[in-house]
Design a binder for this molecule. Structure first.
Ligand code: 13P
Ligand code: SF4
Length: 328
């Protein structure tokens, strides 16, 4: 159960977190969808693949993971000797929820001639049932290494799977999961926004449905979108992914304007990930102070899940920024 912040008023949370980070020999990793203050205090901010690599490489004793549960579990799978804390253990993911391990196992059993290529946004149990894990920044490179006649199950994100399938003309059996955040963008509102800013390109995450992705000038992972923002020759960019990434864009390119793509009510705030938003400075402070809530994984399950993650790290090596989903 998640520890609720007691009365922390009067505490200089930034200073306390800095103190505990040193005392614990901790590294703070944060995803681009975290609140700005958590991104600012992190040692490293990145996409899912970059964060996995950092977790595997770090020589810290403690990993404080500002992200969601499947990310913190990935860190523990790759660095079992470290203490891994997640500020709020309730920080889940709609894609993970869409794919219960028993149902995924039955689906696999019904298609024994297919391999399971699985998005990292899933439980440790589903990773253990999979052959190769992918992230949005490694999926394209990895898919291209799989022989053309090999049948594939892709789960749990049907939009990422559908995007890859269309781009490579490769049929795959798609698990019917979606990200509730990317699913909420409105095509009508996006087109209204584009009419107001006709020269602004649109960058979209491949978790968006086709009616959003089809209007995008660039499709890619969070790090890919950030890189596009830095390099595209436009002074305004429309961003169709979780809007907290705009914080990094503003830090990196303060002279450009970034507009979050709208949801159905025309208000981009409805695209804030409710799971990512559960982590706060207060909860990070408590996690470093108490070393709780802690991620623990059964050793056999960890080893089973590590196989598919190791394959991803091997097959994706050298791909960040190069083998991204990128141009359409
Ligand atoms: P990436 O940062 O790997 O693009 O993943 C986005 C995401 O949905 C994280 O939940
Ligand atoms: Fe899951 Fe979507 Fe939130 Fe990412 S943004 S953690 S895919 S619900």
């Amino acid at each position: 159960m998640t520890a609720m912040p007691a009365n922390l008023s009067g505490l200089d949370l930034r200073a306390e977190i800095e103190r505990l980070r040193k005392e614990r020999n901790a590294v703070i990793l944060a995803h681009y969808y975290q609140r700005p203050e958590l991104q600012d205090i992190a040692d490293f901010v990145g996409d899912s693949l970059e964060l996995s690599r950092k977790a595997a490489e770090t020589d810290a004793d403690v990993i404080a993971f500002c992200g969601v549960k499947f990310m913190a579990e990935t860190a523990k799978i790759l660095s079992p000797e470290k203490i891994v804390v997640l500020p709020d253990m309730e920080a889940g993911c709609s894609l993970e929820d869409s794919c219960p391990p028993e149902k995924f196992a039955a689906f696999r059993a019904a298609h024994p001639d297919h391999i399971a290529l699985t998005y990292i946004n899933c439980s440790t149990e589903v990773k253990a049932l999979s052959d190769i894990i992918v992230t949005s920044s490694s999926a394209e490179t990895i898919l291209q290494q799989i022989p053309a006649d090999q049948k594939i199950i892709f789960g749990p994100d049907r939009h990422l799977g559908g995007y890859l399938s269309r781009k490579f003309g490769r049929e795959m059996l798609l698990w019917p999961g979606v990200c509730i955040v990317h699913e909420a963008f409105s095509e009508t509102e996006l087109l209204k926004l584009k009419a107001q800013h006709p020269t602004a390109p649109i960058a979209a995450h491949p978790e968006c449905p086709p009616h959003i992705v089809d209007h995008a000038d660039y499709v890619g992972s969070t790090s890919g979108i950030l890189n596009y923002a830095k390099t595209v020759e436009a002074d305004t960019l429309i961003v169709a992914t979780e809007p907290h990434i705009i914080h990094q864009m503003q830090l990196a390119i303060p002279n450009k304007t970034f507009i979050g793509a709208p949801g159905a009510d025309g208000n981009c705030n409805c695209n804030i990930c409710p799971y990512m938003a559960l982590n706060t400075m207060e909860k990070l402070y408590i996690a470093l102070r108490d070393l709780e809530p802690r991620v623990e994984i059964d050793e056999q399950l960890r080893l089973d899940a590590k196989r598919s993650l190791d394959r991803m790290l091997d097959m994706a090596s050298g791909t960040v920024g190069k083998g991204d989903l990128g141009s359409r």
